[in-house]
Ligand binder design. Structure first.
Ligand SMILES: [Fe+2]
Ligand SMILES: [Fe+2]
Length: 150
């Protein structure tokens, strides 16, 4: 059976990432918010997971770093999500815990996509591309014109 669902097809073949956001636990009377995007998936037992790393936003004049690997995928409507759980780095003599779910999968940026075979594509009609390279005229033509004028 053909994969009609785009998300499912992406999960099976191409690479994807997840965006996430949230806020840490309250420790020492403050918390930090954070946003980030995971890395593309890596194969693990039971499916795939994503590495992630980000810096929290500033609170009380300091930040913390968060990094780790997500849980395996959890199927939801329209795709799947991952759970990010862990503890931030220790900064200013304390750390925070966090526990969030990512968003749905999305295609990473700068993906090399398949070539478009539209109605105007030469390859789609089976015709061969012109062998001779396009003539290169740059400054010569302008120079000739300039010489002719006076
Ligand atoms: Fe994923
Ligand atoms: Fe903090």
């Amino acid at each position: 059976m053909e994969e009609k669902n785009d998300v499912r097809a992406r999960e099976a073949g191409g690479q994807h990432v997840h965006d996430y956001f949230g806020r840490t636990s309250v420790d020492r009377g403050h918390f930090h918010t954070f946003t980030g995007s995971t890395n593309v998936q890596t194969v693990v037992a039971g499916g795939h997971a994503h590495e992630y790393a980000n810096v929290t936003r500033v609170a009380e004049n300091h930040v913390h770093r968060m990094s780790g690997i997500s849980s395996v995928q959890m199927p939801v409507m329209l795709g799947h999500v991952h759970r990010l759980q862990g503890t931030t780095t220790v900064d200013d003599n304390h750390s925070h815990t966090y526990d969030v779910y990512t968003g749905l999968p999305r295609a990473p940026r700068n993906v090399r996509r398949g070539r478009f075979f539209g109605p105007f594509s030469a390859k789609a009609e089976g015709a061969e591309a012109p062998k001779e390279p396009r003539p290169r005229r740059r400054l010569r033509a302008k120079k000739a014109e300039a010489d002719e004028k006076p």
